[in-house]
Design a protein around this ligand. Structure first.
Ligand code: SF4
Ligand code: SF4
Length: 378
């Protein structure tokens, strides 16, 4: 894997330890082996997707068997792995326990810690954003191995390798980014590209064995893809996976931002056992609103009428208040009988409430202009 714009994609049928380790070794071998990415004595951050305190079977988070297998290979290469992420809302202790990360850390005797304490990220040349803070722990690692989960995403279409590194932003700062740039998906994708490019992970290994389709990243349905993929170029891998999922590249904000910035390169598959041009059939990909199509409209008007708005379902709600706490606009109020009222004048349509709701009690209702555009076939 001499050039960054290369990737390897292999089949892996399950999280059975023997099968997964065998397939991971084939994948790593095709990339030059773990020793190519990790040197003796290096502190290596393993960055899984730990969105919430969810059991591995829900397919919201990176599977612990993959994290374990990668950690073992980092140790064998002489590195010192540690597991870290900054979950959206749930306490890190319960996230680590529920997702199986704490058990992996205990078994292997490695640290598992929240990515907290913000520090300025030295921005890569060509970044759109000048000042971004991520966790000091991520910056202090000698190497980062990015371990995303393959999922759909109601706001950003898909959440793959590049978006996973937004998880190095500490939780309090995430809300503020959602508030300031979250409405404009293409600008949000610019931020994700800047963070991924500046952190420059040594390697990305995608957990696509069982991912998520539909109302991801937290309330979709598990979907078995049977896929393990790796690349030193997170962006190239994401654009390839988007096509493998049968999704329209131009609908992917990450692709649009990368294309606008001249970052889309012809990527080459170096190894794998999927046939050339393989596409998964019938993947349920969320349809994004068309805010960018009518950018000449006043922002507030577009927000109210062109984007889908969140609607809470009291009958499904378990009263956990997570949506109220995560809402970066302070637009949600918990009333009696598990009813949450939403101030749509304040709501910025960031969909964080839907992302964190453990009961799938936040749905979307389309604005009238969006319905009209869709009826007209746009
Ligand atoms: S109500 Fe939901 S979509 Fe609206 S700003 Fe709050 S978290 Fe975001
Ligand atoms: S709507 Fe969801 S996140 Fe909000 S209080 Fe109810 S269950 Fe919790």
């Amino acid at each position: 894997m001499a050039d960054g714009a290369k990737y390897a994609v292999f089949r892996c049928g399950s999280y059975d330890r023997i099968e997964l380790e065998e397939r991971l070794d084939v994948l790593l071998e095709s990339c030059g082996g773990m020793g190519r990415f990790v040197s003796s004595g290096e502190r290596v951050l393993l960055k899984p997707n730990l969105l919430s305190a969810s059991a591995p079977e829900r397919c919201i988070t990176t599977h612990p068997e993959l994290v374990r297998a990668v950690a073992v290979r980092v140790i064998e290469a002489g590195g010192k792995p540690f597991i870290g992420d900054s979950p959206g809302l749930d306490g890190f202790g319960s996230v680590a326990e529920k997702t199986g990360m704490a058990a992996v850390a205990r078994e292997l005797g490695i640290p598992c810690a929240e990515l907290d304490e913000p520090a300025p990220l030295p921005m890569a040349e060509g970044s759109v954003f000048r000042r971004v803070e991520v966790s000091k722990r991520a910056l202090e690692a000698d190497k980062i191995i990015n371990l995303p989960k393959l999922k759909t995403h109601a706001q950003m279409f898909l959440t793959l390798s590049v978006k996973n590194l937004f998880g190095t932003v500490v939780r309090q700062k995430k809300a503020s980014w959602h508030y300031t740039v979250g409405l404009d998906r293409d600008t949000f994708a610019d931020l994700h590209i800047d963070i991924a490019g500046s952190l420059s992970p040594a390697l990305t290994i995608m957990d696509g064995i069982t991912g998520m389709e539909g109302r991801g990243p937290g309330n979709g349905k598990p979907r078995h893809f049977g896929l393990l993929a790796a690349s030193t170029d997170a962006l190239a891998l994401d654009l390839h996976l988007c096509q493998m999922l049968g999704a329209d590249l131009k609908s992917f904000p990450l692709y649009r931002a990368a294309a606008r910035r001249g970052l889309v390169r012809e990527a080459e598959k170096i190894a794998g056992d999927f046939p050339p041009g393989f596409v998964f059939q019938g993947v349920d990909i969320p349809r994004l609103d068309s805010l960018h199509l009518l950018s000449f409209l006043p922002e507030g008007f577009a927000r109210r009428h062109l984007s889908s708005r969140p609607v809470q379902m009291p009958e499904a709600c378990i009263g956990c208040r997570k949506c109220v706490e995560v809402c970066p606009a302070g637009a949600m109020t918990m009333e009696k009988n598990n009813k949450v009222t939403i101030d749509y004048e304040k709501c910025i349509r960031c969909y964080c409430c839907q992302e964190v709701c453990p009961a799938d009690a936040i749905h979307f209702s389309k604005g009238f202009l969006l319905k009209l555009l869709e009826a007209l076939g746009r």
